[in-house]
Design a protein around this ligand. Structure first.
Ligand SMILES: Cc1cc2nc3c(=O)[nH]c(=O)nc-3n(C[C@H](O)[C@H](O)[C@H](O)COP(=O)(O)O)c2cc1C
Length: 154
């Protein structure tokens, strides 16, 4: 059975849509025959989507000092289902924040620690004025996740 990388990206703007696309493309273009890459909005994620995935990338914005409501809604709906059956899940994280990103980083670290998911890279915080280099950073994160899953390292 093919391994699977699930990208959960909240993309409310052109810039964040470009990040989600870069994440998907980098993983999908990874030269492997054995990896299925999915891209979902957090609003569409159901418990099973994460359970079935070998690794997950979460991309969120920071809004009003916290992760996007869309991302929070996913955890509100699925956290209790995930807590007993998803420990050890490999996860990568990127946060697009116009100003800061600290509160969202703390909140997600706390949630992911609670779930006992394994962060495979330091959270990628893309803050400040939009910079097209953010796209490369997200692509690099995604490629690393794809390679790790494909190689069975994660
Ligand atoms: C209502 C609203 C609240 C926001 N609050 C924050 C915030 O608390 N911290 C922050 O770093 N950015 C904040 N932002 C900026 C967003 O994170 C940023 O606009 C979003 O990630 C999309 O990025 P983009 O503007 O490059 O498309 C806010 C944006 C909006 C629209």
């Amino acid at each position: 059975m093919k391994k699977q990388l699930l990208i959960i990206a909240h993309a409310p703007s052109d810039n964040t849509a470009a990040l989600a696309r870069a994440s998907f493309d980098a993983a999908n273009d990874y030269d492997t025959h054995d990896l299925n890459v999915r891209l979902l909005s957090p609003f569409d994620v159901q418990t099973e989507d994460v359970i079935k995935a070998d690794g997950v990338i979460i991309g969120t914005t920071e809004n009003i000092g916290y992760m996007a409501g869309a991302t929070k809604d996913m955890f509100d709906r699925c956290y209790n289902d995930w807590i007993d059956i998803s420990a050890g899940k490999a996860v990568g994280l990127y946060i697009r924040a116009g100003l800061d990103g600290t509160a969202t980083t703390h909140a997600l670290n706390s949630i992911l620690n609670g779930l006992r998911w394994r962060m495979m890279a330091p959270p990628l915080v893309l803050h400040g004025t939009w910079n097209s280099a953010f796209i490369d950073e997200v692509a690099e994160l995604s490629l690393g996740m794809a390679a790790g899953i494909d190689a069975g390292i994660f």
